[in-house]
Design a protein around this ligand. Structure first.
Ligand code: SAM
Length: 305
């Protein structure tokens, strides 16, 4: 019933996705943009519609939106999904969302920091534990913890469609030997198939950010491309390797605080023995290893202790 209402009334709904309507609501509530929350709101209707299309959302889907802002994309998500939950940290946006989302009866706004939300419980309550779709346009500094958190905690997840700084999107796709290669590239490649679906210039936001953005869609793999004995330990090895990326891998991993807490602390000699058994030079840096090689190295270190 709710979803039919949404479609029938669509013509009468005041969509936010243009500068005039965005400014109007912001002025009405005397809203002040907060830099610390990365508040740059989309003001381009084509971009909003295209992002929602790329998510592949249908009326069967429950969608988690992270950082709805004034509800610009949330409106279009409500019109296309069965149900939407939108998690917004800024309490000053809650009264605005109450107004802009009033026409929809298939949305719940949660005033919370996404890093404190039990997404697994939410997926259980709202989607019977079936894989959910996540859509986000977030401040860049929390992009990595959120993506890693969602993947590593094994929340039932089908895809994450996320707006990120253009360079971060590139970082998610690169392999060894490039300066952008790092822990995020490896995590994304281990868990998902990553595809940049849209480039979004700074002019599509209010206020205008200093950087261009891109939307990347991460579709979770059914099976990881690399099998490892202890996934969490492999990611500790990866993080330790890139925490000090100018050092050799043996130096980075030996006595690393990341590995000390894992139950598999290792010495320089352990690492060089493992590398040599893999046919790799003892002085190699982490940035030269592929995902499969990190997997093998982690397995060898686990076996040693
Ligand atoms: N989705 C809207 C749009 O596209 O116009 C707003 C995007 S704006 C870049 C990011 C939004 O995320 C802001 O509304 C901000 O307050 C919110 N936000 C920032 N940190 C958050 C967090 N830790 N948890 C939930 N929301 C957060």
């Amino acid at each position: 019933m709710g979803s039919e209402m949404c479609i029938r009334d669509r013509e009468n709904i005041k969509h936010l996705y243009n500068p005039t309507n965005t400014l109007e609501i912001i002025k009405k509530y005397g809203f002040g943009f907060q830099k610390r929350f990365g508040q740059n709101f989309l003001i381009d209707g084509n971009v909003v519609e295209k992002i929602v299309r790329e998510t592949g959302i249908t009326k069967d889907d429950f969608v988690l939106e992270i950082g709805p802002g004034i509800g610009t994309m949330t409106q279009i998500l409500c019109e296309n999904a069965r149900e939407v939950a939108a998690v917004e940290i800024d309490k000053n946006l809650i009264p605005i969302l109450a107004e802009t989302l009033a026409p929809y009866d298939n949305v719940t706004v949660i005033n919370e920091d996404i890093l404190k939300v039990d997404v697994r419980k939410l997926a259980e309550e709202k989607n019977g534990g079936r894989p959910i779709k996540v859509v986000a346009n977030l401040p860049y500094y929390i992009t990595t913890p959120i993506i890693m958190g969602l993947f590593e905690s094994h929340v039932p997840l089908e895809s994450i469609t996320i707006m990120v700084q253009k360079e971060v999107a590139q970082r998610m796709q690169v392999g060894p030997g490039t300066k952008d290669y790092g822990a995020l590239s490896l995590a994304v490649q281990f868990y998902a198939d990553a595809q940049i679906v849209l480039k979004v210039p700074a002019s599509c936001f209010m206020p205008r950010p200093n950087v261009d953005s891109a939307v990347i869609k991460l579709v979770r793999h059914e099976d990881a491309p690399v099998k490892v004995k202890d996934e969490q330990f492999m990611f500790r090895v990866i993080r330790a390797a890139f925490n000090q990326r100018r050092k050799t891998l043996a130096n980075s991993l030996a006595n690393s605080s990341e590995l000390n807490g894992s139950g598999h602390a290792c010495t320089r000699e352990d690492v060089t023995t493992a590398l040599e058994a893999m046919g790799l030079p003892a002085g190699i840096r982490g940035e030269a290893l592929t995902l499969a090689q990190f997997g093998e190295l982690a397995d060898r270190l686990v076996e040693m202790h």
